[in-house]
Design a protein around this ligand. Structure first.
Ligand SMILES: Cc1cc2nc3c(=O)[nH]c(=O)nc-3n(C[C@H](O)[C@H](O)[C@H](O)COP(=O)(O)OP(=O)(O)OC[C@H]3O[C@@H](n4cnc5c(N)ncnc54)[C@H](O)[C@@H]3O)c2cc1C
Length: 383
């Protein structure tokens, strides 16, 4: 086993590092929507988006190793994800896998360029973990589907223009057999988006109401009844995306900085907690290398994403909890004044602490990830 990079890979790394330093958003605080869209365009023009996708669909056609180096360098520079990261990481791959040639040509280039931003609509008031219970209906009338229902927790609906929508097209047979995915413009008459205020002060997700929404029948992705397969493939990418998007080395460096700034570095209790997180960071990095090795050797282990998501999201919570506690009373200050901004009184860990609570729920809860591991990896019986 050789865990070093070749000279060519190291040269690629230096080129990428230099490019990121010159091109990443320079705004104070978190960048806003338009800044993230411009960042996405620069990435696209440089061939760094959809890096592992075929070139004919606008991908950068990088190798899996180059993609991994790219991710490491983004993490090192603390570069933000592009505006349409959900489309790039999970909707785009599903369109490439299940879409017609016409759909690939129509949807993939604007998705990469940041002209189209995608939101995903699976969850409903009575269908979150249990997507089999999806109630939003799409009834075929001539050349159209007519959609009625309600979605909840749609991330980034307020900045998106397309909707990757899970609907029920049939009530016959097993519940799962009646599910389909439709690709729906979010400005179609009959769609109402109501943002939900989060504990962070932002409104990054919304309830979406659909009333007599009409779309052409060729809006379907894959076949009628194939919706669960389509969504499962997107969810596998979402879970890997959530897990690999968490930047533990950076969190560790920041926690050590906080420990020094608060005179906690020589306190035996804090030292134990920081060292424990350092050990768990090393374990996560080693698992990351294992996943990379699987990719490089075409060993497809779809359910690794469930285990990775579970461990990574719990660890990120442990970091932000430790950071907030270490800061004492200052740690809980949080002042959000608008999109992409945090007030001057915000402590360095508070926003992360609030947002990290959601990470063990988004993309499927930890309990559901453990069920997937129990059933599909360990072969235990289903309850
Ligand atoms: C930050 C964030 C972003 C999100 N973005 C989106 C989005 O863009 N699009 C979208 O469609 N949804 C989105 N969601 C919704 C998310 O997918 C759901 O919240 C999640 O799937 C859980 O569903 P639920 O909230 O209905 O909880 P429920 O399914 O009602 O679960 C409630 C509790 O019961 C547990 N539970 C349920 N079933 C089982 C079981 N079989 N075994 C053991 N325990 C179980 C769960 O783990 C949970 O603790 C987002 C959520 C968050 C937090």
């Amino acid at each position: 086993m050789e865990l070093t990079y070749t000279a060519d890979e190291e040269a690629f790394r230096l080129r990428i590092r230099d490019w990121i330093a010159k091109n990443q958003p320079q705004s104070e605080g978190r960048p806003g929507t338009e800044e993230l869209r411009r960042w996405q365009r620069r990435l696209q023009e440089a061939g760094l988006l959809g890096a592992a996708w075929p070139k004919e669909h606008g991908g950068g056609a990088l190798t899996a190793m180059e993609q991994a180096i790219l991710n490491e360098e983004f993490a090192r520079a603390d570069a933000p994800p592009p505006l349409g990261f959900m489309g790039i990481s999970w909707v785009g791959p599903a369109i490439l896998r299940f879409g017609t040639e016409e759909q690939k040509r129509r949807f993939v280039p604007p998705l990469l360029a940041g002209d189209d931003v995608w939101a995903t609509g699976y969850s409903e008031p009575n269908a979150g973990s249990d997507l089999y219970n999806t109630q939003t209906r799409a009834v075929r009338e001539g050349d159209e589907y007519v959609i009625n229902g309600q979605k909840v927790w749609t991330s980034l609906a307020h900045v998106s223009n397309w909707y990757f929508l899970l609907v029920r097209t049939s009530s016959e047979g097993h519940k799962v057999a009646g599910l389909s995915v439709l690709l729906v413009p979010l400005d179609t008459p009959g769609i109402e988006i109501r943002p939900t205020q989060m504990i962070t002060g932002g409104s990054e997700f919304s309830e979406v109401f659909l009333q007599n929404v009409r779309v052409p029948v060729d809006s379907i992705l894959g076949e009628e009844g194939q919706g669960y397969d389509v969504v499962s493939s997107a969810l596998i990418n979402e879970r890997s995306g959530i897990a690999s998007g968490i930047r533990f080395d950076r969190s560790l460096a920041e926690l050590i900085e906080t420990a020094r700034a608060t005179n906690s570095a020589s306190d035996p209790v804090w030292r134990q907690r920081v060292a424990d997180l350092a050990i768990r960071t090393k374990i996560m990095n080693a698992i990351g290398l294992r996943v990379l090795s699987d990719q490089l050797h075409d060993r497809f282990n779809p359910h690794t994403s469930a285990a990775m998501k579970c461990i990574a999201t719990s660890l990120t919570q442990a970091f932000s909890e430790t950071g907030v506690e270490m800061m004492g009373a200052y740690g809980v200050l949080y002042d959000a004044t608008g999109e992409g901004t945090e007030g001057e009184t915000t402590g360095p860990w508070s926003q992360r602490f609030l947002m990290d609570r959601a990470m063990t729920i988004a993309g499927g809860t930890s309990e559901i990830q453990r069920n997937i591991v129990a059933e599909r990896v360990l072969g235990l019986p289903r309850r």
